[in-house]
Write a protein of this length. Structure first.
Length: 450
């Protein structure tokens, strides 16, 4: 009889290690997430860099989830370099993502919200410290993926109007402008004694429930608290934010549940942790040990100022009191220096047996996440947006022209309208390259050929 709760005979030899390092900035740091500065005056709960390392057949990969608003390349690139220098894990095998908490520090210098440069200039070291600590705590692991479905906590936050345009919110709309992704994926990482040493949770939902001036990891932080209260302090929760560019915790129906604050974050965190526990406690471990990793940059043009937006800017500039957010758009339109420039967008794909983990940058509209999952060769496809860099929002090609928040250039979109399609096409190609273990010289684009 096996000593632990799972019969490990015949399972692949996979080692894992996990660790967390606190990254909470000092009180007084400005909080990111809104268009007006909020100066933190307390710590509701600490922020962490949560790291998970896997090893099979001599190859290692690392995943780090940080309780911050986003993960620009200015932080991720030096962190990966430091990880490679310290641990030998190739930088391309390291995924660094953000949970998207709206009650954490600003990560991008030179924007509307000021940064704490002393803290920011050291955070890449803290991320590397977390991976280093995970490498020092390796154990023989059993990986148990599971899924549940949740469609009651949130909704698509954009509404479609009768004239075909779209807006942020529900007023004067005929319904939600897009779907949600109800799939919650979880991966329990257990040692052979049955202890849960890490839990990966993947769900698409903006982490904007708390508000106010307190530093907090938001509802993903409450997922972590709940899991550790059940499984113990050795459990390192790694939250991967799904494609939630147009997904919020608001509803298209009336509810007596409060809509904001720590209590809302706690409700959502407990619910999601419960789903993760249920999903993995009733699932079977993976049988494969194939490892693979691909990290590449793809060229995508930045948005170039056009006559339509120029006319709108001049119209609003002439107003005595321009509508909300238009002063910001006007100011940044005037100093926009990316016309005709090409962005190098990182795309990352990792394979662990029957599991695919995708890392893509920015705040990605949910339809792109659903498309990635649709064409994935894997049974389990975890998508981590806000990974490795940041380019604002990535709407669908048609929604980029419909005017809603998340689609408007300058304000929220930095890439061309078709950038999301190019990124997700590249993800599809990369997934199949990793899955098949080699690079195909020619592959038709989606929608072309048979």
């Amino acid at each position: 009889m096996p000593e632990g709760p799972i019969d490990v005979e015949g399972l692949p030899v996979i080692r894992a290690g996990s660790a967390r390092i606190e990254i909470t900035p000092p009180i007084g740091t400005a909080l990111a997430g809104y268009f007006t500065p909020r100066i933190s005056d307390r710590v509701e709960d600490a922020l962490y860099a949560n790291a998970l390392v896997f090893e099979s057949r001599g190859e290692r990969i690392a995943i780090v989830s940080c309780d911050v608003i986003c993960m620009p390349a200015a932080i991720a690139d030096p962190a990966r370099e430091l990880v490679e220098e310290r641990t030998g894990i190739p930088g391309g095998n390291v995924l660094i993502g953000a949970t998207h908490t709206h009650t954490g520090p600003e990560m991008r210098k030179g924007r509307l919200i000021p940064t704490d440069d002393e803290w920011l200039d050291n955070v890449h070291v803290l991320i590397a410290d977390a991976v280093d600590a995970a490498c020092d705590d390796m154990f023989e692991a059993v990986l148990v993926p599971g899924r549940e479905f949740e469609d009651r906590l949130g909704s698509n936050r954009l509404g479609r109007k009768r004239d075909g345009s779209e807006v942020f919110g529900k007023d004067e709309t005929i319904g939600p402008a897009g779907p949600i992704d109800p799939e919650m994926l979880a991966l329990s990482v257990r040692d052979h004694d049955g202890n849960v040493r890490a839990m990966v949770v993947n769900y698409a939902m903006h982490a904007d429930t708390v508000g106010g001036n307190g530093i907090s990891a938001g509802w993903p932080g409450r997922v972590a608290m709940t899991l550790r209260s059940i499984y113990g302090e050795q459990c390192i929760p790694v939250f991967l934010q799904g494609c939630c560019g147009d997904i919020n915790h608001g509803h298209w129906f009336k509810s007596r549940w409060i809509g904001k604050g720590i209590q809302k974050a706690t409700q959502m965190g407990r619910a999601m942790a419960g789903l993760a526990i249920n999903a993995t406690e009733l699932a079977e471990p993976i049988e494969g040990s194939e490892f693979g990793c691909l990290f590449r940059h793809i060229p995508v043009p930045y948005y170039t100022r056009d006559e339509q937006l120029r006319a709108e800017v001049e119209e609003k500039r002439a107003m005595a009191e321009p509508p909300a957010r238009w002063p910001y758009i006007i100011e940044n339109f005037d100093k926009w220096d990316l016309d005709g420039q090409i962005a190098q967008v990182p795309v990352q794909v990792m394979r662990i047996g029957e599991i695919m983990i995708v890392g893509i940058p920015s705040e990605v509209f949910v339809k792109w996440g659903l498309e990635i999952k649709q064409w994935s060769p894997a049974e389990w496809t975890f998508i981590a947006e806000l990974a490795n860099d940041w380019f604002g929002y990535i709407p669908t090609t048609d929604q980029a022209h419909r005017g809603a928040y998340g689609a408007l250039p300058i304000l929220s979109r930095r890439l061309e309208a078709d950038g999301g399609r190019k990124m997700t096409d590249a993800v599809q190609v990369a997934m199949w390259e990793v899955w098949e273990g080699g690079e195909e010289t020619e592959r038709p684009r989606m929608g072309e050929g048979k």
